[in-house]
Design a protein around this ligand. Structure first.
Ligand SMILES: [Fe+2]
Length: 267
């Protein structure tokens, strides 16, 4: 498996606090079948600011420590980027990091409750500049959970969706799990990832349980697509493959009116 969302870099965000914790997370990842992992510390979320240079350096340093410790896990640089107005310019000038530093796709996050005014414009600006936005855990955003048609519309534009493994496996409740299954069956989901912050609990090995849920619902091929093949495409800059829809999308998903769209400035 390839974990494409993990807060393993020590001491730079709310993930691993120390090198020892990072090594424990790496051991947990490796023992659970993860061979490759993208380091995705927060950037621009109002609390943490981690530039591309800082993340490249920290990923390289941790990779050396893993080699010394004999942990067979390959790391790649990335970031979890808050959708703020300065994001497009930071991606353009190289301050903000894309997946594996390729400039092709970027992991972006929303606040927990809202879709801020202007967020859609930022998504459009990224798409216009050839950077594919991968929406981090949309199932955990209360607005998108209530109005999934908004997510469906973004996917129609070319955005991709990454669910948190624990949302799929039921660790965050049955309601969340049902929502994930519905979105997976609608063909809206391109990736699942651990979004791990700790060696236990919110840990990298939760990816295996999330994968098992996807395999149970959609079969082994779909589970492999979401946890290995599509993450690999991220790492080499290829377009992600979508799941074939197996069920009708949630109600209203195709009926959202964009009657304010004409107000939005074009990128
Ligand atoms: Fe995260």
């Amino acid at each position: 498996m390839i974990d494409c969302h993990c807060h393993i870099l020590p001491g730079i965000d709310d993930g691993a606090h120390t090198l020892e914790v990072a090594l424990d997370m790496a051991r947990a990842a490796s023992a659970s079948g993860i061979e490759n992992l993208v380091c995705t510390p927060h950037h621009l979320n109002g609390v943490y600011s981690n530039s591309a240079d800082a993340i490249r350096q920290a990923s390289g340093d941790l990779q050396e420590r893993l080699l010394e410790a004999g942990i067979p896990l390959r790391l790649y640089p990335g970031a979890e980027l808050h959708l703020v107005p300065e994001l497009p310019s930071q991606l353009l000038d190289g301050t903000a990091l894309t997946y594996n530093d390729l400039g092709k796709a970027a992991l972006v996050e929303l606040p927990k409750t809202t879709v801020p005014i202007g967020a859609e414009t930022i998504l459009e600006q990224l798409l216009y500049r050839g950077v594919t936005p991968v929406i981090a855990h949309p199932e955990r955003n209360q607005t998108l959970a209530r109005r999934p048609e908004q997510l469906a519309e973004w996917i129609g534009w070319g955005c991709k969706a990454q669910l948190t493994a624990q949302s799929c496996s039921g660790d965050f409740g049955e309601r969340m799990q049902r929502l994930c299954r519905r979105w997976l069956e609608s063909g809206w989901v391109h990736l699942i990832a651990s979004d791990a912050h700790r060696p236990a609990g919110r840990s990298p090995d939760t990816l295996a349980a999330g994968r098992a849920s996807v395999a149970e619902w959609l079969g082994e091929d779909a589970a492999t697509l979401l946890t290995r093949d599509n993450p690999r495409r991220l790492l080499i800059g290829e377009d992600l493959v979508s799941l074939a829809p197996r069920a009708a999308p949630p109600a209203k998903a195709q009926t959202r009116r964009r009657w304010l769209g004409f107000l939005r400035p074009r990128p």
